[in-house]
Design a protein around this ligand. Structure first.
Ligand SMILES: [Zn+2]
Length: 444
């Protein structure tokens, strides 16, 4: 028998009657310290006891043990309206039969740890944790509003399966992750977006549902295909040519092409002398590889163009220079250009910053390190709402000319009353660099 302090719960609204401990659990028997003083139905103050019931209320762990509070709840019968009622349990979420502080704690923990761990720790089922998580995130979402990007990015990101990530290109932030990449999902998002008229440019993957969704909801904006997505296809054309050539070679010939992939994916200006010599041998023996390489390099050269018209001119010249023997490898890029030429060329008028493309790509690459055992909803909430992840910009300090008392100077000055004023703090969403750092450090 250990000596248990009567204030073990730190909830003075309850009187602790007795405490029983087992190896893992701490069972606390308690009752509400003060009786109700009026009937909840008719507010009459005359009522008598009408039995009791025992309710198990879950609470935070105490000294590493799961806590169950067995509350001996009193029932009363009212003299006024003859109806019966139970006393209410203060500090308790009666729907969940948990203390309010436990519900709050589970909410905070649920974006940091897998649901199943929390469920085990408290001695509840995972589904309950999931429900509390949903409510918690809904509450956060009501209080957080991310600035609508003027320059919006719509890309694919892999979280368990492909999802649609919406970003703010100028601020290097993520503002939303949609569960699907289909037109319907993106249309709904854009349609409901607060301040969607602020969007001026949308940069995206070459993915028809994205374009259809933007055209349907934001007909005025310019759609841009980032050069990264286009150049990647040039590399793929070269890669396919290389693989196909290798297939027809003997093992000995293949050995002669050691590290060819590494060398061929390099830009010509970056080749080291020794790589250059090997490259020259390959192209002498296999002219098709030399051609495919030249086409890749020349295609990259389109993006050195200073204007839209120059880019178009360079593309046409490139296309006409494709020899028949390697044409098949570059057909995908030609098809893409045909289908997306307006958006591809729009890049030359409105360029997406390299910094954004690079950071988003780094994030996409390391995304699979994030949370095994988490649901999509939990991962989305972690990315968007983890403490310290959001990029917030305070308004410039403005010297007050005259001090005036706020309306509620004698009451509580709530945060919302100050943030809704002119020049409020702006929240741009989850900062991609911070996100990458936290994922790499295993902090998310
Ligand atoms: Zn009554």
């Amino acid at each position: 028998m250990t000596l248990i302090p009567t204030n073990i719960l730190h909830l003075p609204v309850y009187s602790v009657i007795t405490v029983k401990e087992t190896d893992h659990d701490c069972n606390i028997y308690a009752e509400v310290a003060k009786q109700p003083y009026k009937c909840p139905h008719c507010t009459s103050e005359g009522f008598v006891g009408f039995g009791r019931r025992k309710q198990l209320i879950r609470d935070l762990q105490i000294l590493g043990k799961r806590v169950g509070i067995y509350v001996d709840t009193r029932r009363f019968r009212c003299h006024g309206c003859k109806r019966t009622f139970y006393e209410t349990l203060p500090e308790v979420d009666e729907k969940r039969l948990m203390t309010s502080r436990l519900v709050k704690w589970i909410g905070q923990q649920s974006v940091k740890r897998p649901f199943v761990h929390i469920a085990e720790e408290i001695g509840i089922d995972e589904k309950t944790v999931k429900n509390i998580f949903r409510d918690y995130v809904n509450e956060i979402e009501k209080t957080v509003r991310f600035e609508t990007p003027q320059w919006m990015g719509i890309d694919e990101i892999h979280i368990i399966r492909p999802r649609c990530v919406i970003s703010n290109i100028h601020n290097n932030t993520i503002v939303e992750i949609l569960p699907n990449r289909d037109k319907k999902t993106v249309v709904r998002y854009l349609h409901d977006l607060d301040g969607r008229d602020d969007v001026r440019y949308v940069a995206m993957d070459m993915w028809n549902p994205y374009r259809d969704a933007v055209r349907a909801t934001l007909p005025e904006v310019s759609i841009i295909i980032d050069k990264f997505h286009v150049l990647r296809m040039a590399n793929e054309g070269l890669e396919n040519a290389r693989k196909s050539l290798r297939e027809g070679l003997s093992p000995k010939q293949r050995r002669g092409l050691m590290h060819d992939r590494f060398v061929l994916l390099k830009r010509e200006k970056d080749l080291k002398l020794e790589e250059r010599i090997r490259f020259d041998v390959w192209t002498k023996n296999y002219p098709a590889i030399g051609e495919a390489y030249r086409l890749k390099e020349q295609f990259f050269g389109i993006y050195d163009a200073k204007s839209r018209s120059e880019a178009l001119f360079r593309y046409n010249a490139w296309k006409h220079s494709i020899p028949a023997e390697v044409e098949e490898y570059f057909l995908p890029i030609i098809t893409a250009w045909t289908n997306w030429n307006k958006e591809i060329l729009a890049y030359f008028e409105h360029r997406v910053t390299n910094a954004f493309t690079e950071s988003l790509n780094s994030l996409i690459r390391i995304m699979n390190r994030l949370g095994r055992g988490y649901s999509f909803e939990a991962l989305r909430a972690k990315i968007l709402f983890t403490e310290g992840i959001q990029k917030k910009v305070k308004p410039k300090f403005e010297r007050q000319r005259r001090y005036t008392l706020p309306d509620d100077a004698f009451g509580m000055i709530t945060q919302s009353s100050s943030t809704q004023s002119e020049g409020a703090e702006k929240n741009y969403g989850a900062d991609i660099s911070t996100l990458i750092r936290m994922i790499e450090a295993g902090e998310l």
